[in-house]
Design a binder for this molecule. Structure first.
Ligand SMILES: Cc1cc2nc3c(=O)[nH]c(=O)nc-3n(C[C@H](O)[C@H](O)[C@H](O)COP(=O)(O)OP(=O)(O)OC[C@H]3O[C@@H](n4cnc5c(N)ncnc54)[C@H](O)[C@@H]3O)c2cc1C
Length: 443
């Protein structure tokens, strides 16, 4: 339970923050040419790129967590297809060599003075700032959470503390409702809340005889706040076919507001009829928490009116402070928040900063590329890829709206490799160049 209490203060990836540089609370002064805030996907990718541009000794990364996780694989961890251990590596092992790791938490950013204050009282000044703080999970916005995770039958693939609980709940499933939720906020990887539903359905079918087994005794229910199943029509059409064929119940505009974990009940509000609620008993509940901007950015000088980092959608340069840049989930880039988007953004942002360092105008434009491998079973994936205009931007010259085994292999085995050895080393900037090749220069 104590680790669950941590979830209230946990950082965006849900990792409890326990190890800080607390040896000295004396105010120390540090200064770097390039300061990167956050050592997640975007922060490490950019520090590797900047190291090549300005030299390792001129780059520092502020990141409190001892462990770095490849979050996209948690979808498979929650379904028992991968282990949690396989998703994490120590932060020290992925930090580019020679780059300074400041093991602290950022508390305040002062772009007027080009300084950042950390939780140990230090002030760090910079010439160029790259903000990669991710987003904030808000389990506490649902009544009964995060304490409810102390009970069985409930899990969430969205944090390191709760992802194994999903797998436990699935294995323990006997009969009744398996309920999956999507909150009334932007989320990272908008496909993940339903991927675990498809996997759970497949698990219950796979390990039980047809008609007599567990699946026959299960109602698989997806309660989503959204008015659609998925935002891009081409892929949504396939997903609607799948939910119909597999007898999965989808309730649109249903928002989880309370969990009574002791009674195995989940309360949803009908967003089209505010105030009207409905209670679902559950034998298994997967919660996708509400999410929001990093609290370090929200309300500060770098935020837009909602609280996201306010950057130019083509160059990723801050709209007010030209020596500040942003990448990933913390930004207000109007595209789906994913690691795939981070990869494409890292190439553009690398180019933007290299031009600015030479007093040149940024020339490459981010097109909003993002991707979501929609896992639909233990061996199939629909690989959604699209841009700012919500238009498919597919890498392969085949119809990616079809469920394919090849794409599952990509998701489970190729993408983790690209992440650890490509993106985090600043060598993978998304599939753009390959897409051109595969489409013979036509895309
Ligand atoms: C269950 C799940 C499934 C997903 N599936 C996919 C998928 O299939 N495909 C895909 O492309 N993406 C997927 N994603 C999304 C992907 O993981 C994120 O979009 C990506 O990690 C965003 O990178 P980021 O650098 O912006 O944020 P993060 O990688 O979350 O990094 C943010 C970093 O900032 C640090 N931080 C936070 N606050 C502070 C502070 N105050 N001071 C210092 N450091 C701080 C954190 O410790 C963290 O290391 C999935 C995510 C989840 C949870």
């Amino acid at each position: 339970m104590s680790s669950l209490r941590h979830l209230r203060q946990c950082h965006p990836a849900g990792i409890a923050i326990s190890h800080y540089h607390t040896s000295s609370r004396a105010l120390s002064k540090q200064s770097y040419k390039v300061l990167v805030l956050g050592g997640g996907s975007g922060g490490i990718a950019m520090s590797a790129r900047l190291k090549r541009m300005v030299g390792a000794e001129n780059v520092a990364v502020v990141e409190p967590s001892e462990m770095h996780y490849y979050q996209p694989i948690w979808t498979l961890v929650g379904a028992g297809a991968k282990t949690l251990a396989s998703s994490g590596r120590s932060t020290s092992s992925i930090m580019p060599s020679g780059v300074k790791w400041v093991k602290s938490k950022v508390e305040e950013i002062n772009p007027e003075t080009n300084t950042v204050r950390t939780d140990d009282g230090s002030e760090i000044s910079y010439e160029y700032l790259i903000v990669a703080l991710g987003l904030q999970l808000h389990f506490e916005k649902i009544k009964g959470l995060p304490e409810g995770f102390g009970h069985p039958k409930i899990g969430s693939n969205y944090s390191v503390e709760t992802v194994d609980k999903t797998w436990k709940a699935l294995q323990d499933f006997k009969e009744g409702n398996a309920v999956f939720t999507f909150p009334n906020t932007p989320v990272k990887c908008a496909g993940a809340p339903q991927k675990i539903m498809y996997l759970s359905d497949a698990f219950l079918r796979k390990f039980s005889a047809p008609k007599t087994g567990k699946r026959a005794k299960a109602n698989v229910i997806y309660n989503t706040s959204l008015p659609v199943l998925f935002g891009i029509k081409k892929y949504a059409d396939t997903l609607w076919d799948i939910v119909k064929t597999r007898d999965l119940q989808v309730n649109l505009r249903h928002n989880l507001i309370e969990v009574r974990a002791d009674k195995q009940e989940a309360v949803f509000e009908n967003l089209d009829k505010p105030g009207e609620t409905k209670v679902f008993e559950y034998e298994m509940l997967h919660v996708t928490p509400p999410m929001g901007p990093s609290l370090v950015i929200k309300g500060g000088p770098l935020a837009d009116e909602v609280g996201w980092l306010d950057v130019n959608k083509e160059t990723l340069q801050h709209n007010k402070y030209p020596n500040v840049f942003g990448i990933g989930d913390c930004t207000n880039l109007p595209t789906a928040k994913t690691g795939a988007a981070v990869a494409a953004q890292s190439a553009i942002l690398g180019r933007t900063i290299s031009r600015i360092l030479k007093n040149q105008i940024p020339d490459k434009k981010y097109d909003g590329y993002t991707s979501c491998p929609l896992v639909t079973s233990y061996n199939t994936v629909v690989l959604a890829e699209f841009d700012y205009n919500a238009q498919p931007l597919e890498t392969f010259p085949i119809n990616q709206a079809k469920e394919r085994r090849l794409m599952y292999y990509m998701k489970a085995d190729v993408m983790p490799h690209l992440y650890w050895h490509g993106l985090l080393r600043g060598l993978w900037g998304g599939p753009g160049p390959y897409r051109k090749l595969m489409h013979l220069g036509m895309k």
